[in-house]
Design a binder for this molecule. Structure first.
Ligand code: XIL
Length: 352
């Protein structure tokens, strides 16, 4: 049998029809939201309202995504800047934008140790007073957005990486009255949120809990206890602020198993704050980023309880990474000039 010329072999492998040979797949023809819709997965981005006046930003956010979440504008210090004074302007602008673009809105976040205003942290309040302050805060904010947000990150980052409780103003410094009682204060605030907005799905959200480890074990134990006793918890948000070292078969298998055990409790799984930070923007780095993005999207698609694939922003023009991880960046799906990166194509394909 005659040897097949190398050029013909290449044609057989990748196709040379019509003289249009290429190894680059055609660009996706549907948006991320469209690609994911038939899996019943929302595709989200964190956003803040000042960026909406940037027309490229608004166009992409409003067309590619089926959900948005406030990156900052629903946090305590912004929405409740002084005692008795609420400022809903930023959050409301996001809701208005989302409604105009048929997007769902997810709230972030009612109880967190960061971005708490100084009137609270420096007020010298007793536990009883802090409890009243927090209940008023949760009730007022959740009521304001009732019917407009389908889900809330009620509590954010309450555990340490070793599974112990984080010492915070809400837990034990001085706390709202449940110091030393581990997850009791979380149960209390979930009940307050549920009373104010019974139709919203309520989430616990954290980072470094994406794999099976001491932190996710502690969150799992809490979730199991809450589900057993009927505490209103609907799902877990997994943040996924990662870098390419996360692209490891053992780690990814652990994510899959971790998702499965939470799903088995009847909880929704939300990927809430995904970004993959790089320390350079070489082609190799962008391709490794794309590969990991695609793998994480596939894990979500393959887990029926995974209902949200959300990135923390969407353009490298506005990302928290460079200021929080000096020397790193390039973490999102569009570059700083609003060009789609390899990661965009990879996610779009994986979500099909
Ligand atoms: C970050 C925002 O992106 C920044 O703009 C802000 O200065 C600090 O907070 N985990 C969370 C988010 O739950 O609320 C954080 O957002 C990023 C880490």
């Amino acid at each position: 049998m005659p040897a097949i010329p190398a050029s013909l072999l290449l044609c057989l492998m990748i196709g040379c029809g019509g003289g249009n040979s290429t190894v680059t797949p055609p660009p996706p023809t549907v948006t991320l939201a469209q690609a994911a819709a038939h899996h019943n997965i929302k595709v989200g981005a964190a956003a803040d309202s000042p960026y909406l006046s940037d027309s490229n930003y608004a166009t992409i956010l409003g067309s590619e995504f089926s959900q948005l979440q406030a990156e900052n504008e629903m946090k305590f210090s912004i929405i409740h800047p002084s005692a008795g004074a609420y400022d809903f302007s930023g959050g409301d602008a996001l809701v208005t934008f989302a409604q105009a673009h048929s997007m769902a809105v997810r709230g972030h976040t009612l109880v967190w140790h960061n971005q708490v205003p100084s009137w609270v942290t420096s007020g010298g309040y007793t536990s009883a007073q802090l409890s009243t302050i927090l209940q008023d805060h949760i009730t007022t904010v959740a009521t304001h957005y009732a019917g407009k947000l389908y889900a809330w990150d009620v509590v954010n980052e309450a555990f340490n990486d070793d599974g112990t409780m984080r010492d915070t103003i809400w837990y034990d410094q001085p706390g709202i009255g449940f110091a030393g009682m581990r997850t009791q204060y979380i149960e209390q605030v979930l009940n307050w949120a549920h009373a104010a907005e019974p139709n919203a799905k309520l989430f616990y959200n954290d980072y470094n809990d994406e794999t099976i480890n001491m932190k996710s074990d502690a969150i799992y134990a809490m979730a199991q206890d809450f589900k057993t006793r009927g505490v209103p918890l609907d799902g877990i948000g997994f943040q996924f602020h990662v870098d390419p070292s996360f692209d490891n078969p053992t780690i990814l298998a652990s994510v899959t198993s971790n998702f499965q055990r939470f799903a088995a409790l009847g909880l929704e799984i939300h990927i809430t704050e995904l970004d993959i930070r790089l320390n350079n923007s070489s082609t190799a780095s962008l391709n490794s980023e794309a590969k990991l993005y695609g793998e994480l999207a596939t894990i979500c698609v393959q887990q029926p309880s995974c209902k949200l694939f959300q990135t923390w922003g969407f353009t490298d023009k506005y990302s928290w990474i460079p200021s929080f991880f000096p020397g790193e960046g390039w973490a999102l799906l569009w570059d700083a000039n609003y060009q789609k990166k390899p990661a965009y194509n990879s996610v779009n394909k994986a979500l099909h």
